[in-house]
Design a protein around this ligand. Structure first.
Ligand SMILES: CC(C)(COP(=O)(O)OP(=O)(O)OC[C@H]1O[C@@H](n2cnc3c(N)ncnc32)[C@H](O)[C@@H]1OP(=O)(O)O)[C@@H](O)C(=O)NCCC(=O)NCCS
Length: 138
């Protein structure tokens, strides 16, 4: 018997159920829909870290491991891996929850790594602010 997949303990950056308009005629969700949601989810910790506007500059890894179907509950977990002067590298893991033979099942469906850049009001890269300590607010 295989070990059931557990969702990560932290809160997801985004949780959404794909609709028929997000899929092909067979109910398989478009990869582009997942990529779009991954970009939104990844921008959440990036925006927090930059404490302001960010732009996606690169997608450095993207693997669709399992298909997603209409009606799955899809959760996107995003965390900052590392930062540079203005860049923020974010890892996004995507899980789908569905019912199989009447039982709830979680499946890891996608893994991705994206790079965001902190930008100013004119869209130019700007240095990241110092990281806030745990519990500190600005
Ligand atoms: C993001 C943008 C402002 C960066 O401008 P730029 O002139 O390339 O800036 P820089 O060369 O100074 O690079 C900024 C940072 O991004 C990083 N970066 C740039 N291109 C990268 C790439 N292909 N992969 C990984 N990191 C990259 C640089 O290493 C640098 O990191 P650092 O400051 O931590 O050292 C500019 O490329 C842009 O506006 N792109 C379009 C963004 C966008 O519209 N995204 C939505 C998709 S349509």
């Amino acid at each position: 018997m295989t070990t059931p997949t557990r969702l990560p303990d932290e809160a997801p950056a985004l949780r959404v159920v794909p609709m028929p308009a997000d899929s092909n005629a067979y109910g398989d969700v478009f990869g582009g829909w997942i990529m779009s949601q991954v970009d939104i989810a990844g921008s959440v910790p990036a925006h927090r870290r930059a404490r302001g506007r960010v732009a996606t500059v690169a997608v450095t890894n993207f693997v669709f491991k399992q298909p997603v179907s209409v009606g799955d509950l899809v959760s996107f977990y995003a965390r900052v891996l590392r930062t540079g002067r203005s860049s923020i590298v974010v890892d996004v893991e995507v899980y789908a929850e569905r019912r199989v033979d009447g039982r709830a099942k979680a499946v890891k469906v996608t893994e991705a790594e994206l790079v965001y850049v902190a930008i100013d009001a004119s869209g130019q890269p700007m240095p990241l602010p110092p990281e806030l300590a745990e519990g500190e607010t600005d």
